[in-house]
Ligand binder design. Structure first.
Ligand SMILES: CC(C)(COP(=O)(O)OP(=O)(O)OC[C@H]1O[C@@H](n2cnc3c(N)ncnc32)[C@H](O)[C@@H]1OP(=O)(O)O)[C@@H](O)C(=O)NCCC(=O)NCCS
Length: 188
């Protein structure tokens, strides 16, 4: 089982019970501010299946992010699904592909507690120490300052000549333009 542990999170492969909270999250207006559209239940199901295929093919992917809950003393700790944090090989061509991107999406009630950064730091360590990747990228629309802040906290640097139009969106789409961030393995 492919698992990454942090102080407050367990990043694990997807389970059937994750579908419902993931589908709910994909319809949350706050999440959708910088994303093209809400996903139907079927689209969320399809996405989880593609993530599972990615894990099968590459051995890594967008891990289901779960928050450790409960009392560690008398009661056994439980976990709660809060979104995903992980690595993905984009299925489109751009000037920086092929590449491995780091990405995250958390339910809005869990924003602002440092969970994305905590999980992504552990994922980045895994990418460099275990997978031996030389570089990891991330991208988003310029207005997504929360996500950009997470990239900065990970030590990623903006590629100032890397801005691109997302190939999966129409040229005139308001979310077409993306900024590109990169981080290289220190030893490479
Ligand atoms: C991006 C996202 C994962 C961040 O999750 P999070 O757990 O809240 O992130 P963290 O708490 O680790 O860090 C967020 C940082 O953004 C800052 N921030 C919060 N709101 C902000 C805003 N409106 N503008 C700028 N920075 C903001 C926080 O202060 C924090 O930085 P700090 O530690 O220096 O104070 C979450 O907002 C999300 O799921 N968004 C929707 C999905 C998405 O946009 N994914 C990326 C698509 S490419």
């Amino acid at each position: 089982m492919n698992v990454i542990n942090t102080k407050r999170l367990i990043l694990r492969e997807w389970e059937d019970k994750d579908l419902e909270p993931f589908a709910r999250l994909n319809q949350d207006q706050k999440i959708l501010e910088f994303l093209p559209s809400a996903l139907t239940f079927e689209e969320s199901t399809g996405w989880i299946n593609r993530i599972k295929e990615h894990f099968k093919e590459y051995g890594f992917g967008l891990w289901a992010a779960t928050l450790i809950t409960g009392d560690h003393g008398l009661h056994r700790a439980g976990t709660r699904f809060i979104g995903y944090i992980g690595l993905n090989i984009p299925a489109f061509e751009a000037h920086f592909t092929p590449c491995v991107e780091i990405g995250w999406r958390l339910a809005s009630e869990y924003w602002g507690y440092g969970y994305a950064t905590e999980g992504a730091q552990a994922v980045l360590k895994y990418a460099f120490d275990e997978l031996r990747l030389r570089e990891v990228v991330s991208f988003t629309v310029p207005a997504n300052t929360r996500s950009i802040r997470v990239m900065e906290k990970l030590g990623m640097k903006r590629d100032t000549s890397g801005d691109f139009r997302h190939p999966k969106l129409p040229l005139d789409h308001p979310l077409s333009w993306h900024v590109l961030y990169r981080v290289k393995h220190e030893k490479s």
